[in-house]
Design a binder for this molecule. Structure first.
Ligand SMILES: [Zn+2]
Length: 216
């Protein structure tokens, strides 16, 4: 079951107030179209009827895929209800063997769903991203005109025959980069040897910041 509400928001361009639909909680088991709207980001976009501007709607949304035993909670605001988080964590724990993730923005949520769909481990993906950032920084040290990469904007895209591809904005456009499957397999090996690289219980925000607190 999905929980849908309405909210009053102001257009970022013309400032006019409009009522939009927001999704507090979505269950993708019985709604494949809803899942697609998460993956293409359209669930979080609204067009202003007055000026036509495309606006990003910032709201809390609990993404639930019961078949995959996976929940990702999009919490774009610093302040969250600890009581609500505790209640949902306990509920998921009672259901058993759930993966719970916290996401700070829509890009992170889409990435987590893609990783889940590809059957990959998100900690191993963060290690791959750490490796990629290191290589891009080395390249940047040699070629000063190559642009810097914001770790928050480097995201897993998909897995195919050539390996794992990632995207990041560079010079005003999205750039794609592919790494071999061996990098990912090495990351899995590192995780199996380091218990500290397993996320805690509850809704953990597994990202570059989380990883940096665990590897030196
Ligand atoms: Zn407007």
């Amino acid at each position: 079951m999905s929980i849908v509400k309405t909210a009053l928001v102001n257009c970022s361009r013309c400032g006019k107030e409009h009522e939009i639909t927001i999704y507090k909680s979505i269950n993708v088991a019985d709604d494949a179209a809803m899942k697609q709207r998460v993956l293409d980001g359209s669930l979080f976009l609204w067009n202003c009827p007055d000026c036509g501007a495309a606006n990003l709607a910032r709201y809390e949304c609990l993404y639930h895929d019961p078949d995959a035993r996976f929940m990702a909670w999009l919490l774009p605001f610093e302040r969250v209800s600890e009581a609500e988080m505790q209640a949902i964590s306990l509920h998921a724990k009672a259901l058993g063997a759930y993966t719970l993730r916290r996401c700070a923005d829509v890009g992170e949520l889409i990435e987590k769903v893609r990783i889940q769909d590809a059957g990959l481990d998100d900690v191993a993906i963060e290690i791959c991203k750490f490796v990629i950032r290191g290589e891009l920084e080395q390249k940047r040290a040699k070629e000063s005109d190559s642009p810097a990469v914001d770790p928050k904007l480097l995201h897993f895209h998909r897995q195919d025959r050539d390996g794992l591809s990632f995207t990041f904005p560079s010079g005003g456009q999205m750039t794609s980069l592919t790494i071999g499957r061996n990098v990912y397999d090495d990351a899995l090996g590192i995780i199996s040897r380091n218990p500290s690289l397993r996320p805690e219980e509850g809704f953990v925000q597994v990202d570059s910041v989380w990883l940096s607190t665990r590897i030196r």
